[in-house]
Design a protein around this ligand. Structure first.
Ligand code: ADP
Length: 371
């Protein structure tokens, strides 16, 4: 992360009025159906390590996409390739329809300005006020001072920090610093906001407020957001879609509610960890000792709310919920239940009923041999 941070800081001159830079992606390339980001078969090796091993990904305008992976999965390399700080060995990367892989450093500069970035450690300039930090990218664009001030005021209002315009970063909390980071990233009206672990240094409550702000900005401005993170909570809080990266490959890609309700890859299941309820081992042991039959049931949709009651009616005796419940993700009811059946109830009848109602059923814990 520091590598990107320092490169980003280097690209901002300390002083002076740089000449205006034209925006990239003109004319037909700006059409609404051109993806904001398009990667095709991107490969990047370091010695014998494939940091990126054939990444293909398309991000449409207005989408919020989470890219999640463990440490070493290839996330930083992917960000550096998107910024043009690293060149892929193979494959193409297009920003707003323009292939950036063959561009010179000078040609990359205006394209970089189409990507606003926010960072884990905020990367604010401590000797400049909040408003001056926000105005910096506009100074680089060559915007006149009065206009810059006006735009910074608008942006600070957007992120709820108008009262801090003349404060220095050292007087702000972590969450406030990240709000300034967001305002600065949006200053030059980028096509894409790229978040590099932007909430990793924040406590859960502040993280939630920053994610809510990002979602609000996405909805109000239609801004496209790519969030690179190792935390599923971040993805859950704000993304529409998630791509899971492991050893340089995308191992799973889909709507957040779908990936959360039925993760396919082992990496996804492991990253979901505590977010997706699993039967605690102590309960497994207790139920096994009692010879109880346990079913793991997944169901997405409004029926999740009434499923267990309906099953109890079908079996003519109450089923017992031992763990799990209903989560609400992107407006979907995502049900994940661990249940035991009433004594004497037929397991095949229960499974047939649940499956008929669209649930995915797994037998968990102890299942007697005769069923
Ligand atoms: P992440 O950001 O997900 O932690 P990285 O993109 O930093 O992953 O790293 C992916 C893989 O590529 C790791 O195995 C890492 O050691 C390797 N790698 C990344 N950058 C370099 C580099 N400049 N030199 C050598 N190996 C690198």
């Amino acid at each position: 992360m520091t590598r990107i941070a320092s490169a980003e800081t280097r690209s901002i001159p300390a002083d002076g009025e740089p000449s205006p830079v034209p925006h990239a992606g003109h004319g037909a390339e700006r059409a609404a159906d051109v993806p904001v980001v398009q990667l095709d078969g991107v490969v990047r090796h370091f010695g014998g390590t494939a940091a990126l091993d054939g990444i293909s990904l398309s991000v449409r305008k207005g989408e919020v996409v989470g890219i999640i992976g463990r440490s070493g999965a290839g996330k930083s390399t992917l960000i550096r390739c998107l910024n043009g700080l690293e060149r892929p060995d193979r494959g193409t990367i297009a920003i707003e329809g323009r292939d950036i892989t063959g561009l010179s450093e000078a040609e990359l500069q205006p394209l970089r300005r189409r990507i606003g970035m926010i960072f884990q450690h905020f990367n604010l300039l401590s000797a400049k006020t909040v408003a001056e930090n926000v105005m910096l990218p506009l100074k680089i664009e060559g915007m006149p001072r009065a206009e810059r001030r006006e735009r910074a005021a608008e942006l600070l209002d957007l992120v709820g920090l108008s009262a801090k315009a003349d404060a220095y970063p050292s007087a702000l909390s972590g969450g406030q610093k990240q709000r300034v980071g967001i305002a600065r990233a949006l200053a030059a009206r980028p096509a894409l906001l790229l978040s590099d672990e932007a909430t990793s240094a924040l406590d859960p409550e502040t993280t939630a407020s920053i994610l809510a702000l990002l979602k609000d900005i996405n909805q109000r401005l239609g801004l496209t957001i790519l969030l690179v993170t190792h935390e599923m909570e971040v993805v859950r809080g704000v993304a529409d879609r998630v791509a899971v990266i492991d050893a340089g490959k995308i191992v799973e890609d889909g709507p957040v509610w779908s990936v959360f309700s039925a993760p396919k890859a082992a990496t996804t299941r492991s990253l979901l960890g505590a977010i997706r309820p699993d039967l605690p081992p102590a309960i497994v042991a207790e139920l096994a000792a009692r010879g109880e039959r346990v079913l793991g049931v997944d169901l997405v949709g409004p029926e999740a709310a009434t499923l267990l009651a309906a099953l109890s009616i079908e079996l003519k005796a109450p089923v017992r919920l031992v763990h799990g419940g209903i989560d609400y993700i992107q407006g979907q009811s995502v049900g994940r239940f661990f249940i035991t059946l009433p004594a004497g109830a037929a397991l095949p009848q229960a499974i047939a009923f649940l499956t008929r109602h669209g649930a995915h059923v797994e037998t968990t814990g102890h299942v007697p041999d005769h069923v």
